[in-house]
Write a protein that binds this ligand. Structure first.
Ligand code: ADP
Length: 540
């Protein structure tokens, strides 16, 4: 038999301190770029743990963070679990009402927050039922004038803390280490709790050569926010492996990202398609050296083929498409060509790589349609079910657990096909599929086709109620600046026609300036439907 050593997140930072003390974390702050070694990050984290301990945080308590991607947030990622407390990352882009709900529901005891969130917290403080202390993460020396209290200055408590504080070790690997709320279609956000064990094993998957392949030699820039599924787990894995981290800080623009890639020689970066569409635009306008990049990890919503092609053929930057959700820590499916697929034509390879990919080791999947498990023929659609060591098995204190977690499987609400190679393609969210005359139309397929047109910047396709066919697709299209007023609906229809059956073609194509997005940059189809209600009632 083998030993059974608990898998704890604090051990990941200890590894960085011990074996990679000279490696660095580069952060963009309001005072410019600051750099810390892992030795310094380790000490500062221990000081933070001791300070939180002194404030009265103990094992199992939830500590909320409202913060961007930077070194202080990284210290919180380890400092909070370092005393056995739970790192609760809060999505700062949610509505104040949802933020209040989340903080109260998680019963956060202390909140660590970035300075720009101060006005929000001042406004809602009376509604916060469990918060006993606030800690402001600021680049300024003094505390701001405020009615929040007690309010601590992050740097001050860190300076006064104990640099040799010992992380709590008498923990069970199944003890919670973090939590994150995910938006629900209706109602309040739902909480997912991550265990030490889940986070450690998930980090291992991020390091697999056939996974994201994160290594010590990488210079990784997580653009995906640290309040969105732990920046896809990258901060944990990067620290563990001694990877150099580049943190883009608050209010970054595509220009900031392009400059950081250039100046810091970033080798891998990760984020949602909207980020990469913006970066592409920036690269086309400015002059940047992006030759250090060996890959871009893209997930969160479907990566349009045109986007993958543009990065790969024009900028020679490999683009890796991946799929996951808050409930899955998040990485579960990732797209890489199999060795024998390298002989295929460029077009065929692009087709495969634009799918979400294969299930990663240690996660199991099942695709279930109306008549049980679907055939692996790339055609039959069904809902994706998942189980594994970093898949949640409940929502935190929430009745909606019963809908999503049944018979030992997470029911993802994503409709997919699987081909004979086992490659998964997300067809739609169950709620966004378009049912026309009893047949399904994938909004994602039409969106991707439209976004492959050189004049199109973004496209979202929604279902519109229809008397005869129940629902019909309508496309909303944002044109690139240079193409505005240069292209007609008819030209886009001509472009789509050879690619789809006639009944898949949208009933209308509407040009707009912007597509409403969720707090994490995904198309907000609900808002789009509301916005277009009047217009759509006239579409026949
Ligand atoms: P939210 O639901 O708040 O947007 P999540 O990040 O948990 O937060 O969203 C997960 C959902 O995002 C998945 O269920 C799926 O619908 C979608 N998604 C994630 N990655 C991809 C991808 N690569 N392609 C298509 N859809 C994706």
């Amino acid at each position: 038999m083998m030993m059974n050593v608990p898998l704890l997140v604090s051990s990941m930072l200890e590894r960085a301190e011990r074996y990679f003390p000279k490696k660095t974390v580069v952060s963009r702050t309001s005072n410019g770029i600051v750099t810390h070694t892992y030795k310094e990050i380790g000490e500062r984290t221990r000081r933070l743990s001791s300070a939180l301990d002194k404030i009265g945080v103990s094992k199992g308590d939830r500590v909320g963070t409202l913060a961007w991607n930077h070194h202080r947030h990284l210290e919180a990622y380890f400092g909070i679990p370092g005393i056995g407390a739970v790192l609760h990352t809060i999505n700062i882009r949610l509505s104040p009402a949802h933020i209040v709900y989340i903080i109260n529901h998680a019963e956060d005891k202390v909140l660590l927050f970035d300075e720009d969130l101060l006005p929000l917290l001042e406004k809602v403080k009376e509604q916060l039922k469990t918060v006993e202390a606030f800690v402001i993460m600021t680049d300024k020396d003094e505390l701001p004038e405020t009615n929040l209290e007690p309010l601590y200055h992050y740097e001050k408590i860190v300076n006064e803390g104990n640099p040799t504080f010992q992380f709590k070790k008498d923990l069970d690997e199944n003890d919670p280490v973090g939590m994150c709320y995910t938006s629900a279609t209706t109602g309040n956000p739902k909480g997912v709790v991550y265990s030490n064990r889940g986070v450690v094993l998930h980090s291992m998957a991020l390091g697999l050569a056939d996974g994201s392949g994160l290594t010590e030699s990488d210079i990784a820039m997580p653009v995906v926010p640290m309040f969105h599924v732990n920046a896809w787990g990258l901060p944990f894995a990067a620290v563990w492996f001694g990877t150099t981290l580049v943190m883009p800080g608050p209010y970054f623009t595509p220009k900031v990202l392009a400059e950081l890639i250039d100046s810091e020689k970033v080798t891998m970066t990760a984020g949602v398609p909207t980020i990469w569409l913006g970066l592409l635009n920036e690269l086309e306008q400015g002059s940047y050296d992006t030759s250090s990049l060996t890959r871009i990890l893209c997930g969160g919503s479907a990566a349009p083929k045109g986007l993958i092609k543009a990065f790969e053929s024009k900028y020679k930057i490999p683009f890796i498409h991946a799929y996951g959700m808050t409930e899955t820590t998040p990485l579960v499916v990732l797209s890489r060509l199999k060795s024998y697929q390298n002989n295929l034509s460029e077009e065929e390879k692009l087709e495969i790589r634009s799918k979400q990919g294969s299930i990663v080791p240690l996660v199991e999947m099942k695709v279930v349609g109306a008549n049980g498990e679907v055939a692996n023929d790339g055609k039959e659609m069904g809902e994706l079910l998942l189980r594994g060591n970093w898949i949640a098995d409940e929502y935190y204190k929430d009745e909606r657990t019963n809908e999503a977690f049944r018979d030992g499987w997470l029911h993802t609400g994503d409709v997919v096909t699987v081909d004979e190679e086992g490659i998964v393609k997300i067809v739609d969210r169950t709620k966004d599929l378009i049912k026309s005359g009893g047949e399904w139309i994938s909004s994602v397929d039409i969106e991707n086709a439209l976004m492959a047109h050189e004049a199109v910047f973004e496209a979202a396709v929604i279902a519109v109620p229809h008397e005869r066919w129940q629902e019909r697709p309508v496309a909303c299209v944002v044109l690139k600046d240079a193409a505005k007023d240069q292209i007609t609906k008819d030209e886009l229809y001509e472009f789509l026609k050879p690619q789809f059956a006639k009944w898949w073609l949208p009933d209308d194509i509407i040009f707009m300036d912007e597509i409403p997005k969720t707090s994490v940059g995904k198309f907000l189809k609900r808002a789009l439907r509301d916005q277009l209600k009047d217009h759509l009632s006239q579409v026949k």
